[in-house]
Design a protein around this ligand. Structure first.
Ligand SMILES: [Zn+2]
Ligand SMILES: [Zn+2]
Length: 280
């Protein structure tokens, strides 16, 4: 089991390492820049070096990057598309320098142009980024989404199609967010539901693509297409799904990252809840 949390980089990205080890994480997820700003201060060489040496002193198996919230690589609007690509390029290059392999991103929003348009534009954006960015070791993890509004990625077929249309399918993996998948309409409340949902994932995308989980319970309801995270075991998904994932040998080497609310005070509690569900 590789269990961890999204942690703060306040004061510099090197601080994320300590924030993770303080919580006894096996892996962490971070933002490399302010997720609500296009522009943002990037770490200088000294911070990069601090980060690398802090990480080397720990047993942390993985540090995953999450793309900024503003990003829309499927956008029909040229200015937003350009800013999204620039921000993604910066994060890819920084990830390469820092030795990070995985950037998680949502599939973006077609804003009324239709899903076929959005998926094609998204694929073209990634292909262009792969061709024009010096980050050969960085893999993009497409995250399953709840599907609010015109957001793409609420069904496994969208992810399959982007990987299938890309000229660079080897540059993609998938991040499975339990809250999003449940809100999108894949049930996970019983063991049989979990088995069926992962079978569907395997048939559509393939479990070998699954490189990370976001473990979040859902404040939103089944099929609501609304994205609201809840503490583990306190939401509409319930503990059974988390016990299923934690104890499934197919996921033993896949990082499991919590993005539950009130991270300063509640990460410790949610991680402890999950550890108790692990049967060894
Ligand atoms: Zn997530
Ligand atoms: Zn979410």
């Amino acid at each position: 089991m590789i269990l961890g949390a999204h942690v703060s980089t306040s004061g510099g990205i090197h601080n994320a390492i300590k924030n993770g080890t303080d919580l006894h994480c096996d892996a962490i997820q971070v933002f490399l820049k302010n997720p609500n700003q296009w522009q943002g201060k990037l770490p200088d060489d000294a911070i990069v070096e601090k980060f690398r040496s802090a990480w080397a002193e720990t047993e942390l198996a993985d540090v995953i990057v999450h793309d900024i919230h503003l990003s829309n690589l499927a956008s029909p609007k040229p200015d937003v598309l350009k800013k999204s690509s620039q921000a993604f390029r910066v994060q890819m290059e920084l990830a390469q320098v820092l030795g990070l392999r995985h950037i998680v991103t949502h599939l973006g929003s077609h804003l009324g142009e239709g899903e076929t348009f959005g998926l094609k534009r998204l694929t073209d954006s990634f292909d262009h980024l792969f061709e024009s960015t010096e980050a050969p070791d960085v893999i993009v993890l497409l995250e399953t989404t709840a599907g609010q509004g015109t957001n793409l990625g609420y069904c496994f077929e969208h992810i399959r199609d982007v990987i299938g249309m890309s000229k660079y399918p080897d540059r993609f993996g998938v991040c499975f967010d339990t809250c999003h998948v449940f809100a999108a309409g894949y049930d996970m409340r019983t063991e049989a539901d979990c088995a069926a949902t992962f079978n569907q994932f395997d048939d559509t995308i393939g479990l070998t693509r699954l490189k990370a989980f976001h473990l979040n319970d859902a404040k939103s309801t089944y099929q609501s297409r609304v994205d609201r995270h809840e503490h583990i075991g306190e939401g509409n998904i319930g503990a059974t799904a988390f016990a299923y994932i934690l104890n499934d040998p197919r996921f033993a080497d896949v990082p499991l990252i919590i993005e539950t609310p009130e991270m300063k005070t509640m990460h410790e509690v949610n991680l402890s809840t999950l550890r108790k569900l692990y049967r060894n």
